[in-house]
Design a protein around this ligand. Structure first.
Ligand SMILES: Nc1ncnc2c1ncn2[C@@H]1O[C@H](COP(=O)(O)OP(=O)(O)O)[C@@H](O)[C@H]1O
Ligand SMILES: [Mg+2]
Length: 255
């Protein structure tokens, strides 16, 4: 087992609300996994906690997160920094805000590589081109010298995928990676992420059943901080058991 989350809860201290409420989840190496739920259900909060970004002043976090059998929440900061961006990578929702607007993309991707690898500038550039290639970006040299605003949303999300895979992570977490994209790019980015499964486990977080159906795999349906249903996504779409899942599916069919 690659990732195991046990009884994870996140309570907002000021309101006392548990925005994540005792969830359990596990992912095997190379497998696809889906977390589906409407906005506000707590999906991003799981990601933030996984990346150590829920600060202890505002949130009470309890439970355990094991990566390759080691509890990452109790690991020291140095160990965790080593993990994030190398073994565990994040693809955020909005590619427009995931890059520094004032810095050329090539340099940003090379930086991601060089933080985790002692390498020459030339070797970093090769790693960037190779990652761009795996992310389906052609014209690597032109993209290397582009600023983020010069690329379309779909291309930029591919660049974010390139940044995520440059260090060959074992786990990729994609938090609504298709939400900011138009239909054509939604399909392309979903296919791209699906294609990465096998070489990495990919957790796809989405509110979109069409994306989930295309992506496939085991799915957790999330509402108000808890998983209300889980199972293979094909089965869930064919025969949802929970009322909330049925509502979500019906709403998806209306669009
Ligand atoms: N910084 C914060 N302080 C207090 N509550 C928050 C904060 N960030 C998010 N929340 C609340 O946590 C819940 C889950 O949010 P989130 O994880 O972003 O949902 P999702 O990603 O599923 O849309 C929401 O009710 C949201 O209002
Ligand atoms: Mg979110």
């Amino acid at each position: 087992m690659l990732l195991e989350i046990k009884e994870l809860s996140v309570k907002v201290k000021s309101s006392g609300v548990k925005v994540v409420n005792g969830i359990n989840l596990s992912v095997d190496e190379g497998e696809p996994l889906l977390i589906l739920g409407q906005s506000g259900s707590g999906k991003t909060m799981i990601c933030r906690t996984l990346f150590g970004l829920t600060n202890r002043y505002n949130f009470d976090v309890s439970g355990q997160i094991f990566f390759e059998g080691k509890d990452i929440m109790s690991a020291d900061a140095k160990k965790r920094r080593k993990l994030y961006g190398s073994d565990i990578a994040l693809i955020p929702q909005n590619p427009m805000t995931s890059f520094d607007p004032s810095c050329k993309l090539g340099n940003q991707l090379a930086e991601t590589y060089r933080i985790h690898n002692k390498s020459s500038v030339k070797a970093a550039q090769n790693a960037v081109f190779e990652a761009m290639h795996r992310a389906g970006l052609e014209q690597c040299k032109a993209i290397w010298s582009s600023y983020p605003y010069m690329l379309s949303g779909g291309m930029l999300q591919r660049a974010a995928v390139a940044a995520a895979i440059i260090n060959h992570p074992k786990l990729i977490i994609a938090d609504e990676p298709t939400t900011a994209l138009d239909a054509e790019h939604r399909i392309a980015v979903t296919n791209l992420l699906k294609g990465l499964c096998g070489s990495a486990a990919v957790i796809m977080i989405t509110h979109d059943f069409a994306v989930a159906d295309r992506f496939g795999g085991y799915a957790y349906i999330m509402k108000n901080g808890v998983f209300v249903e889980q199972g293979n996504i094909e089965k869930i779409i064919a025969a949802p058991e929970n009322e909330y899942t049925k509502e979500l599916l019906n709403a998806a069919l209306l669009i």
